[in-house]
Design a protein around this ligand. Structure first.
Ligand code: NAD
Length: 496
């Protein structure tokens, strides 16, 4: 099936454009406009107007409209999956799974928003016993979303769906590698939700993203590399625009003494190689205790024999990434590492076959920098404690996995990451109620779950005085005896 994604630009238009390519063949799929600063500002200004309408619809009004969009996404899932396959290169089954997870999140965000964000009464305490205290979460207004290409639906929608459900308008700048998927999402929203433009798209390269950072938005939700994340923060700092940073990772798996070696090898293979390793929460390192090391490497190499680029997963979407993958593999091998699956010859652009490396020094790039390819290092460790220590020895801290029984939960807690799956990989990403995000170089702030809804709001605290205190404490009418009264109160409340 072929999806008509364009051309989005008339050939005679004297405007800067860029092409979206099929990463497997290099064929041009469609051309898109490079939105300049004025166009980005205009979209944000339209969004500002639309945000008022959207906020005034209230939770119920938004929920019914988001449900209409959700049903449309579900009905047209195959069409979207085909487009994702074309632009990103991922197998259609992976694309369908990504759409399913996205729809689950959209459904949860719209349903949970009233409970999570609506008014909550909180206790007022003795000093303010005459006040009724309420906290609620109001939308920020206009959210700028900048997305990557690796999960072109699931990843940006982690911000878009939650921001919309929380009552904001969104201006979305998709990756220049997957503009068609971004355009499809915005068009499908417009088809489902009539009214002011609550969800708009601006296409372009990095400069268009930079223009969105400098526009009059209320928050910028960025998903992409840590390098670009720094530039986004610097640009947003000009207007004190708050940012949500979902950046890169170097996720590790720990296989403890009592871990199921076969299940761990299977999970490591999927975690490292699926989507050609182009997964922010992909497994790039495995630390296995001495007792299980040989058996794990054996299981992994056997299973890896059935995994091939071009059939099990697609090409490397972004050509420049091949150079990084190649450098990490070469440096690891030059530094004394051994390839037990694949090797230098596995890199045959635009495809990269699975590479599993052992005996790689801990300071090699393959163990410290994000590779973002179908490669994996496996390292022998004394025990679970050393595994945690080595897992935590990078600046990144996105997610991870632990295979073990007795110490599974303990080791998971000690990983310095935002998410960990025990006895599976990336399971946390499938649970809408679980917040998603990292620490350190992996960023900050959260999408998904109640935290992900609150991320796109401002807490609003209100006290409502029900009766006047017999002794006015915050008034110039305060009696002289108030000092003694307050001192007694301090001793009574806190002095015992
Ligand atoms: P990237 O940083 O190259 O680009 C991301 C987006 O930023 C693109 O839309 C790009 O056009 C835009 N951009 C580039 N320069 C900009 C600038 N100066 N100002 C504003 N925007 C600019 O990342 P990528 O290659 O598209 O994505 C891969 C990276 O994303 C990996 O590091 C991966 O780990 C990370 N990622 C993280 C998560 C997460 O949730 N933490 C999810 C998916 C991907």
């Amino acid at each position: 099936m072929s999806v008509d994604t364009g051309p989005k630009v008339a050939p005679h238009a004297e405007r800067a454009t860029f092409d979206s390519l099929d990463p497997a063949s290099g064929e041009v799929l469609a051309s898109y406009l490079v939105a300049d600063r004025a166009e980005v500002d205009a979209a944000v200004s339209r969004a500002r107007e639309a945000s008022i309408w959207w906020a005034e619809l209230g939770f119920d009004g938004r929920r019914s409209r988001l449900a209409t969009w959700r049903r449309s996404l579900a009905r047209r899932a195959e069409e979207l999956a085909e487009l994702m396959h074309q632009e990103n290169g991922k197998p259609k089954a992976d694309a369908v799974l990504e759409i399913l997870l996205t729809i689950e999140h959209l459904a949860w965000a719209a349903k949970a928003a009233p409970k999570v964000l609506g008014p909550h009464r909180v206790g007022s305490g003795l000093l303010a016993a005459n006040q009724a205290s309420t906290v609620e979460y109001a939308p920020l207004g206009v959210i700028g979303v900048i997305g990557p290409w690796n999960y072109p639906v699931y990843t940006p929608m982690g911000s878009i769906a939650y921001a919309l459900a929380a009552g904001n308008a969104v201006v979305f700048k998709p990756s220049e590698y997957t503009p068609g998927v971004g355009a499809w999402l915005a068009e499908s929203f417009a088809d489902s939700v009539t009214g002011p433009p609550v969800f708009q798209l601006v296409t372009g390269l990095g400069e268009t993203g930079a223009a969105l950072c400098r526009a009059k938005i209320d928050k910028l939700a960025f998903t992409g590399s840590s390098v670009t994340g720094r530039k986004v923060m610097a640009a947003c700092a000009q207007n004190l625009t708050p940012v949500l940073m979902e950046c890169g990772g170097k996720d590790a798996m720990i296989v403890d003494d009592d871990g199921d070696v076969g299940a761990a090898a299977d999970a490591a293979l999927w975690g490292a190689m699926s989507n050609a390793g182009q997964t922010c929460i992909g497994i790039e390192r495995v630390y296995v205790t001495e007792r299980n090391y040989d058996a794990f490497v054996r299981e992994l190499t056997t299973r890896a024999g059935a995994v091939h680029a071009g059939t099990s997963y697609g090409p490397i979407t972004m050509p420049s990434q091949i150079t990084i993958i190649e450098r990490h593999v070469n440096e690891a091998l030059d530094a004394g590492g051994r390839a037990v699956v694949g090797g230098r010859e596995s890199i045959r652009p635009p495809f990269v076959d699975p590479v599993v490396l052992v005996d790689v020094p801990s300071d090699a790039a393959a163990n410290t920098e994000e590779t973002f390819g179908p490669t994996l290092t496996v390292t022998k460790v004394r025990d679970g404690d050393e595994a945690v220590e080595q897992s935590n020895a990078t600046g990144y801290g996105l997610a991870g996995s632990v295979f073990g029984k007795a110490r599974g939960m303990e080791l998971a807690r000690r990983m310095r990451t935002g998410m960990t799956s025990v006895n599976s990989v990336i399971a946390f990403a499938t649970v809408p109620q679980l917040p998603f995000g990292g620490v350190g170089e992996s960023g900050f702030g959260r999408i998904h779950g109640a935290d992900g809804l609150r991320e796109f709001t401002r807490p609003k605290s209100i006290t409502h005085q029900r009766f006047a205190l017999p002794v006015p404490l915050t008034s110039f009418r305060r009696p002289a005896a108030a000092t003694g009264l307050l001192l007694r109160l301090i001793r009574m409340q806190h002095g015992r």
